[in-house]
Design a protein around this ligand. Structure first.
Ligand SMILES: N[C@@H](CCC(=O)N[C@@H](CS)C(=O)NCC(=O)O)C(=O)O
Length: 197
């Protein structure tokens, strides 16, 4: 299988970390692309032009990241979990992915000229990140104590905030999340996928 990815894409990192943790990373041929340069081979496989995109052994493309994650989970035979675990893990994945969506929108908005930027949308995206951080600290951090797709999505989204955005005061504001984050970042799969490398 081939995985089109970008080392700075938090969605790609989530899939890579998940594949490392499932110990199936060696079955992926990693192809680094820059989606905003419109690489033709990516567009031919994914009309949305986004990473991550997985190419199966039969040549069929698969996207987006939660779908790729499901596929890898089936491949690795790791789909047996309780209804409660399904809910808590997938809710956290959606929360992490949603933080990535809002953060990526802010990053792209910051690349536009001052006149082109929309204060309305900037504020809306920032508020959705702040509400999500608060909910994680107050409601969901206990769901993230094990390594699963939900905790992986959350740690990748929080590190993306530190990597790309000035909304970094969450580490002071949310001490439980900050401690949790530090422990999670020690994991080998997080170190080798660090976008700063
Ligand atoms: N919902 C998608 C989001 C993927 C995504 O937005 N990837 C970004 C990179 S971080 C991208 O490839 N953007 C290219 C574009 O929008 O043209 C997923 O979970 O895979």
């Amino acid at each position: 299988m081939q995985l089109y990815y970008s080392s700075t894409s938090p969605y790609s990192r989530k899939v890579l970390v998940f594949a490392y943790e499932l110990e199936i990373i060696d079955s992926l041929e990693l192809i680094q692309v820059h989606p905003f340069d419109d690489p033709i081979e990516l567009r031919q496989n994914n009309p949305l032009g986004k990473v991550p995109t997985l190419i199966l052994d039969n040549g069929e493309p698969l996207y987006d990241s939660p779908v790729i994650v499901n596929y890898l989970q089936i491949l690795a035979n790791k789909t047996a979990f309780s209804v409660e675990d399904f809910v808590s893990q997938n809710r956290l994945q959606a929360l992490g992915d949603g933080i990535m969506d809002a953060a990526l929108s802010l990053v792209l908005e910051n690349r536009r000229t001052q006149e082109q930027r929309s204060p309305f949308w900037q504020q809306r995206w920032e508020e959705s990140i702040l509400r999500s951080l608060k909910d994680f600290e107050e409601k969901y951090i206990n769901d993230a104590q094990q390594w699963h797709i939900g905790s992986i999505a959350m740690v990748c989204s929080l590190d993306y905030l530190l990597f790309r955005l000035p909304i970094n005061d969450w580490t002071q504001k949310y001490p439980k999340s900050a401690n949790w984050f530090q422990v999670m970042m020690e994991r080998q799969s997080m170190k080798i996928t660090d976008p700063r490398n």
